[in-house]
Design a protein around this ligand. Structure first.
Ligand code: HAG
Length: 237
């Protein structure tokens, strides 16, 4: 009777959990929030940058993009698309999605809001200069009058360190990402929001996020003309 713990002649290779693999352009766009969430969760990930039409068309031909779009994340044997679906899956997987349905829906509301704000910036990059400038000025105005006042009040009302359930969640990660992105447009944007200033410092010092904020991490720079040209040339628009 073979001893079950002895290796057989051809032991199966131990299948190590592979790292998530992100398929997107080499820029922020819709993938940046996914990079932030993985980094904040301390999860290493790989990236395949789509830099040619051929690469994109091969993904399409191979049926790897559900609606023919990126971001796509290869994880747990699946090829996930649709930014919010991916973010929700990751938040749940890494326990960053609240303790119950009521906390989860608040996290959904907050992250839908910060995603709306950040996508305005992503889209503005593709506008002609004058329009782009106007759009980005509108982003700062909306941040100051619509989004940041809401989060300042949430922090004031519950007096806790985090947005939901006094526990670090996806909502905190994405609000920090949005704050930093808007500060790139107007460094003084938090001047009327003292609690958000303290929040920014607190969350930026969480070790996994502090590491992601260091130069050389997989965090991407603001969209530049090269990024816009590459995306335009691949997506033909
Ligand atoms: C999601 C794409 C095409 N609902 C989806 O993931 O949330 C939308 C995904 C999406 O629109 N992806 C774009 O694949 C690329 S991402 N398009 C091909 O056939 O639909 C997008 C944003 O900054 C990024 O660069 C892209 C262009 C943005 C242009 C806006 C005018």
């Amino acid at each position: 009777m073979p001893l079950s713990f002895l290796p057989t002649e051809n032991p199966k290779p131990r299948v190590m959990a592979s790292k998530p693999k992100l398929f997107y352009f080499c820029g922020r766009g819709r993938m940046e929030s996914i990079r932030w969430l993985l980094a904040a969760a301390g999860v290493e990930f790989e990236e395949e940058f789509i830099e040619t039409t051929e690469q994109y068309e091969k993904l399409l031909k191979d049926g790897r993009l559900l609606f023919g779009q990126v971001p796509m994340v290869e994880i747990d044997g699946m090829e996930l698309t649709q930014t919010r679906a991916i973010l929700s899956y990751l938040a749940a997987k890494y326990n960053l999605y609240g303790k119950d349905l009521k906390e989860r829906v608040r996290i959904d509301m907050y992250t839908d809001g910060t995603l709306d704000l950040m996508l305005m910036i992503a889209v503005a990059a593709f506008k002609p200069p004058a329009e782009k400038e106007e759009s980005l000025a509108l982003v700062v105005k909306k941040a100051k009058t619509r989004y940041f006042p809401v989060f300042e009040k949430i922090l004031k009302d519950h007096g806790e360190d985090f947005l939901v359930g006094n526990k670090f969640s996806w909502a905190d990660i994405q609000l920090l990402e949005a704050i930093l992105m808007v500060e790139e447009l107007d460094a003084s944007v938090l001047s009327d929001f003292p609690l958000l200033k303290a929040f920014k410092t607190r969350i930026s010092n969480i070790p996994t996020i502090k590491k992601f904020l260091q130069p050389g991490s997989q965090r991407k720079p603001p969209p530049d003309s090269h990024y816009v040209e590459v995306v335009r040339s691949i997506l033909h628009f």
